[in-house]
Design a protein around this ligand. Structure first.
Ligand code: ZN
Length: 114
């Protein structure tokens, strides 16, 4: 596989991203290097399996028929957050608040009675 194939694939990827709007559906981030095509209904597992042999045809399919009900663009950040949220669905009890690092409380009680 030469450099041309890589370049070609990159160009096709950008086209596919542009066909779907060219920016993250959540936050509007638009640098293609961190944009990913996401299956809205999560049906990507099977297609993902074929991706190795058919990346380019997968993108060509999107370029030909950019079905925005089926695909959306997410940036890498939002994609990870989405994945996390999906996983969180069945452990809602856990807090999603950021962990706070609290400075250790100073020990009291040391009255200066020397
Ligand atoms: Zn985003």
């Amino acid at each position: 596989m030469g450099k041309q194939t890589v370049e070609y694939r990159r160009r096709i990827r950008i086209k596919a991203l542009q066909a779907l709007g060219g920016k993250c559906a959540r936050c509007g981030f638009d640098d293609w290097r961190a944009l990913q095509i996401d299956h809205i209904n999560g049906g990507g597992t099977r297609e993902r399996r074929n991706r190795k042999q058919g990346t380019i045809s997968y993108y060509l399919e999107i370029i030909k028929n950019p079905d925005k009900n089926k695909y959306q663009i997410l940036c890498a950040n939002c994609n990870w957050i989405k994945r996390y949220e999906e996983r969180e669905d069945y452990r809602r009890d856990q807090s999603t608040e950021p962990v706070q690092v609290r400075p250790r409380e100073q020990e009291k009680g040391g009255t200066d009675e020397g």
